[in-house]
Structure formats: structure tokens, C-alpha cells
Design a protein around this ligand. Structure first.
Ligand code: XMP
Ligand code: MG
Length: 181
């Protein structure tokens, strides 16, 4: 195991099983329709890559990148868009794919942003949820796992840009992020 990791929270087999189930549910719900999957960069890419391959409906793909709000804007949830969608989602069946929902501020901002373009439908798929941290109510239509309030990395999730390549979802040792703060 990587020396910066305290323990594995969700192992690769467990993740794959859950992703397969999510893909089956989403495919059934969208049967006969065409889907536009919107991945939130960068954390969702590993999850999205696996999810896409278990979907059986036609899927288009787009990405959006946002900056995390600074300390001063945590109350307003103002998020800056670093890379917007290539094309408008107007009239499309959109599935927004996130790695993790924490306070909910990012997701709230993103769904508001997408709704302004009047999609035919908008649903949210998140791999992880930390419900104890929620500050604004948000709806997650398809959820992988609900997890306790611990900082996790791996399977696309990072700390300071690192650990995204770890195949399991792991709890990072406290010393690693406390040393940096
Ligand atoms: P909010 O608070 O807006 O934030 O729901 C969601 C974003 O916060 C980041 N985040 C994490 N990233 N491990 C991570 O690697 C975590 O445990 C974690 N908790 C929150 C993440 O960027 C997410 O999109
Ligand atoms: Mg993220």
C-alpha cells in the first residue's frame, strides 16, 4: 500500500460492482433515449470512464471544470468555471457526473448553471457522498457510496493533485494534509 494511505475505504472490486449496478439502473431509466454525460473535471474521470462502459444507451460526452471556491466564498457557493461545456445542453437529457458531494455548493452551482440552458432533463450521478458535511440541499439521483467525513483519495480523487491513480478509494493519513495547512 502507498505509504501516505491510512487505509482502504472502498476496494476496487467493491467499486466495480457498484459502478456496474449504477450503469444498469441508469441504462434502464434512459432506455430509448440518448444521454449526454457531463463529467466534472478532474475528479470524475476514472469513475466516468468505468461508468460509460457499462451504459447500454447511446451516450455523448462533455466536460466542465470548476475551481473550488476560496474560503471567503464558501457561504455564497460561487464557483468559477475554468472550462465550460463545448456545446450547450439545451434540449438534451443530461447526466452530470461528479466524484464527490461534500457541502453541496459545487453541485448546486453546476445544476443551476446547466438548468439555465434548459436541458430536456437533468440528473446527477455521484460516486461518493459525505452527507454529514452538507450545507445546501441537493438531489443525487444515482449515488455510489455514502461515506463518513474523512478525506479520501484514489480512483480519480486527489489531494494537491496527487493520488488520482490509486485504484482503491483510500483514507489519506492526517499528517499528509495537516503538514501542508
Ligand atoms: P462541495 O463542498 O462543493 O465540494 O460539495 C465538492 C468538491 O470538494 C472536493 N472534496 C474532496 N476531494 N477527497 C477529495 O479528493 C475528499 O474527501 C473530498 N471532499 C470534498 C472535491 O473536489 C469535490 O468535487
Ligand atoms: Mg471535484
Amino acid at each position: 500500500m502507498h505509504p501516505d494511505i491510512e487505509r482502504v475505504l472502498l476496494g476496487r472490486e467493491e467499486i466495480q460492482e457498484r459502478v456496474k449496478m449504477l450503469g444498469e439502473t441508469i441504462s434502464a431509466d434512459y432506455r430509448g433515449k440518448e444521454l449526454l454525460a457531463v463529467g466534472v473535471l478532474k475528479g470524475s474521470v476514472v469513475f466516468l470512464a468505468d461508468l460509460l462502459r457499462v451504459l447500454t444507451v447511446p451516450v455523448e460526452l462533455d466536460f466542465i471544470a470548476v475551481s473550488s471556491y476560496g474560503a471567503s466564498s464558501t457561504t455564497t457557493g460561487v464557483v468559477r468555471i475554468l472550462k465550460d461545456l463545448d456545446r450547450s445542453v439545451t434540449g438534451k437529457e443530461v447526466l452530470l457526473v461528479e466524484d464527490i458531494v461534500d457541502t453541496g455548493l459545487t453541485l448546486k452551482y453546476l445544476t443551476d448553471h446547466l438548468y439555465q440552458q434548459e436541458p430536456a432533463g437533468l440528473k446527477v450521478c455521484a460516486l461518493l457522498d459525505k452527507p454529514s458535511r452538507r450545507r445546501v440541499p441537493v438531489t443525487i439521483d444515482y449515488l455510489g457510496f455514502s461515506i463518513p467525513d474523512e478525506f479520501v483519495v484514489g480512483y480519480g480523487l486527489d489531494y494537491a493533485g496527487r493520488y488520482r491513480n490509486l485504484p482503491d478509494i483510500c483514507v489519506l493519513r492526517r499528517e499528509i494534509y495537516e503538514a501542508r495547512e
